[in-house]
Design a protein around this ligand. Structure first.
Ligand SMILES: *[C@@H]1O[C@H](CO)[C@@H](O)[C@H](O)[C@H]1NC(C)=O
Ligand SMILES: *[C@@H]1O[C@H](CO)[C@@H](O)[C@H](O)[C@H]1NC(C)=O
Ligand SMILES: *[C@@H]1O[C@H](CO)[C@@H](O)[C@H](O)[C@H]1NC(C)=O
Length: 654
């Protein structure tokens, strides 16, 4: 520019020299910018550059603007020594010109630029000697618009809608010159296409002269538009730059498209269904049209207008097909899908041959436990909380009293949680009464005390237990309890003197009895009676049950009484006892001596008789264990271990 201007100046100077030499008229040259851009409200400066032969006083500079009609209106006048703004023009108060005209540059300054200042300004330079020249500059005013807004439609749009549906509206206000709005869908500009897309702009000129622009987008919506982002681009002019551009935030729309397929499934329970469950069936489509009526039905119209169905407390009768129907309320298209429900079941157990079985001792029986089920099952047998067998059949072999009791069979359906049924089998082992020998069948107690006696009798039918004394007096039974394999009976007896109490048990198969011997402890004056009692007990017991005899050979008095206050000084008793024994021995020796002499007299002829005591112990471990120990009543004490199912396991010698 500077170079060009210099060249121009040289050219002008050359021409002036040429014309001057030839005495011809030289026309002054005026240079102005084509246009000057200014923001609304700012200050505009329009420069007018010229050259002239004449110095100050020889040049008149005038500023005009061009009216709409094309006429010129003078706004400023400058001559050597005087300058003024024209009165009564729109610029009168807002303009000033600097420069005197002598330097070849004058600048028109317009303060507080208004929109209506967007006009063409003319600078006319008139030289007294060289004539008149003029230059023109257009003033352009700009205003950056306010931030743009975008509003999308809130309600969903159906792809089945006939007309174009409104997507949203963009608006930009108070711009100058007029801004443009362009709609974009996923970064692609949207243009109006007949019957498909319609972009409707509307322009408003505000009272202050600024432009407000609005643009409404309507289109036919497709399914993919559900994922599309829409936004507006605002373009506007700014000083010195071609265009400026801003974008609104994006919006998206709700697109309703019809279902093309439906899916139906069991939401809960997960896994296999069993009777008693609450089944929740759900149904959904691949579309998004809310104007779709779902229903789930198994023929009995179970759900209406909902895509969920709850069937409470299902039974096997609920097994079958459930159909989900999606009815599009816009097109009345119907789509269906079905699901087959299977409700598993496990019936109550059936015990064969019945809930109660009776097994004669030593014999065998079988029981079965079955439950009808839609699924494979597993059966386990429990006795007293412990597993004693698996499988449908429970075999009771070689029954002993310990075999008796309650067997619970539990049938579990596989593959389904918490589906099990159980039943109880009561087993009685038939046999004649067998009294379990207590820890001690003999005891000592102070006179006037009450002794509680307990007698446990195995046997079935349940034995009848009676209590009596050796004198034949019947004692009342205090309590009687039936157990798995027998009866426990108790009685109470008041000690008045030495006592033998019988526990007699009998059932249809036989009887058993045992005797309790109670030695009365008499305070202070009882010394002399002691040996008599002792011998009485010995003889009685030996005739009743052999097991107690062994203990009677030791002197009764060696046992200390249980309670100190009832104690008799044991020494005294002991002394008396030894004295008597010594006396007896002496008598025996004397008798033997007499006998010996008699025998000697009879020359080698005589007989000696011996007695043998036989012990017969019969013990049985009743009970809690799965293993039953049976001790056979014959003298060869052989124990056989029996599993509960009767199978012989390991024989153990005891
Ligand atoms: C606005 O659009 C019109 C018509 O297409 C165009 O002449 C003008 O230059 C545009 N304005 C802007 C700021 O882009
Ligand atoms: C588009 O819609 C989804 C939900 O329909 C919403 O989570 C998301 O924020 C939306 N995005 C925009 C840019 O509006
Ligand atoms: C009980 O048994 C014993 C011994 O066998 C017998 O002596 C007694 O008479 C029986 N008592 C009753 C009441 O049957």
């Amino acid at each position: 520019m500077a170079a060009a201007r210099d060249t121009g100046s040289l050219l002008v100077a050359g021409l002036l020299l040429f014309f001057h030499t030839w005495g011809a008229w030289a026309v002054p040259e005026v240079n102005m910018e084509d246009r000057v851009d200014v923001m609304l409200g700012d200050t505009a400066q329009i420069t007018c550059t010229y050259n002239s032969e004449d110095g100050v006083g020889g040049t008149i500079i005038q500023w005009f603007y061009v009216l709409r009609s094309g006429e010129k209106q003078r706004i400023y006048y400058l001559e050597s020594g005087m300058s003024y703004a024209e009165k009564g023009t729109p610029f009168s108060d807002r303009i000033s010109v600097n420069g005197t005209g002598a330097t070849g540059v004058v600048v028109l300054t317009i303060d507080d630029v208004l929109l209506k200042d967007e006009l063409e300004f003319i600078c006319i330079v008139k030289s007294l000697t060289d004539g008149t020249a003029e230059g023109r500059t257009k003033l352009r005013v700009f205003r950056t618009p306010d931030a743009a807004t975008i509003v999308g439609v809130q309600q969903g749009i159906s792809v089945q809608e006939e007309d174009l549906a409104k997507i949203g509206t963009c608006e930009v206000k108070n711009g100058y010159p007029r801004p443009n709005i362009t709609w974009y869908k996923n970064a692609t500009p949207v243009r109006s296409i007949r019957d498909e897309v319609n972009v409707v702009p509307s322009i408003t000129i505000e009272s202050n002269g600024l432009y407000s622009v609005k643009s409404e987008l309507s289109m036919k919506v497709v399914k993919e538009d559900a994922d599309a982002l829409f936004y507006c681009e605002i373009t506007y002019f700014a000083p010195w730059k071609e265009t400026m551009m801003v974008e609104t935030s994006p919006i998206n729309i709700t697109v309703y498209y019809p279902h093309t397929a439906v899916k139906v499934w069991v939401e809960s329970p997960k896994g296999k269904i069993k009777e008693g469950d609450t089944v929740e069936i759900h149904c959904s489509g691949d579309g998004s049209n809310p104007f779709t009526e779902f229903s789930i039905s198994n023929g009995e119209d179970l759900s209406t207008s909902t895509n969920k169905l709850m069937v409470e407390n299902v039974t096997r009768l609920n097994s079958g097909e459930f159909i989900c129907t999606a009815l599009d309320m816009e097109s009345f298209n119907e789509i269906t899908e079905n699901i087959t429900l299977f409700v598993n079941y496990l019936e109550d157990v059936v015990l064969m041959p019945g809930k109660i079985i009776e097994v004669p001792q030593g014999e065998e029986r079988q029981a079965t436990c079955n439950a009808l089920s839609s699924l494979p099952t597993q059966t386990a047998w429990f006795k007293d909380g412990e597993e004693v067998g698996t499988g449908h059949t429970l075999a009771l072999k070689d029954a002993v009293f310990g075999t008796a009791g309650t067997y619970v069979c539990v049938v579990t359906a596989l593959e389904v949680e918490a589906l099990e049924k159980s039943g109880a089998l009561r087993v009685y082992v038939q046999g004649q009464p067998v009294i379990q020998v207590p820890h001690s069948a003999e005891m000592e107690e102070s006179v006037d005390r009450t002794v509680d006696l307990s007698c446990y009798v195995q046997g079935y039918p349940y034995p009848t237990v009676t209590w009596s004394t050796s004198e034949g007096k019947v004692l009342p039974t205090a309590s009687e309890t039936e157990t798995d394999d027998g009866v426990r009976s108790t009685t109470s007896v008041k000690v008045t003197g030495d006592l033998i109490v019988f526990c007699n048990a009998s059932n249809s198969l036989g009887e058993d009895s045992m005797a309790f011997s109670i030695k009365a402890i008499i305070h202070t004056t009882s010394e002399t009676t002691s040996p008599t009692i002792s011998s009485t007990i010995s003889s009685t017991i030996s005739s009743t049950i052999s097991s107690t005899i062994s203990t009677t050979t030791t002197p009764v008095t060696t046992r200390s009484p249980v309670k100190p206050e009832t104690a008799i000084p044991p020494k005294k008793v002991k002394k008396e006892g030894s004295g008597v024994i010594i006396a007896v021995i002496i008598i025996c020796i004397l008798l033997l001596a007499i006998l010996g002499s008699v025998l000697y007299f009879l020359y080698k002829k005589g007989k000696i008789c011996g007695r043998s005591g036989k012990q017969d112990l019969s013990k049985g471990k009743s009970g809690k264990d799965n293993i039953v120990v049976e001790m056979k009543s014959d003298n060869t004490e052989e124990a056989v271990l029996l599993g509960v199912n009767g199978e012989k396991q390991i024989p153990i010698d005891q």
